[in-house]
Design a protein. Sequence first.
Length: 172
Amino acid sequence: MFIRREKPADAEGIRAVHASAFAAIVEPGSTPVEVGLVDSLRDNDAWLPELAFVALNGEELIGHVICTRGHVAGKPALALGPIGVRAQQQRTGVGSALMYTVLGAADALGEPIVVLLGHTEYYPRFGFRLAAEFGITPPVPEWGPNFMARALTAYRPSIRGEFAYSEPFTNL
């Protein structure tokens, strides 16, 4: 497996990754929302190309992850997601490799904190804790039990308040 930054030519492969990764949670014949979300994020000013990565097995694109610009009470922060791995390659370490890559890159860029909405059994292994522990609240209060954050080296405790996603997330 090789992980590198996303290139424009990867767009179709990325759509296929997210369609495969999230197929089990949508109605048969439906397209997962993550497929269009990535395209919408790419066309938004929240897009951070240096935080968009793909995983390859030979020439086959098998995974994808992005972080985009968000804000905590007006202060810059990152939103992680979507992250997806083709169904056939799930539980083989691809997702973990993508997570470590994007978190390391975000830290190297001096980003302070990464937030996500996700499974509480999976993301703590990467240092995520409930965002409420950092004084960060989700834009939708019901998300609280699954709304997590990971502090990076540049984190300061003054980063507190409500998290705001970029516009493509709010139009889901």
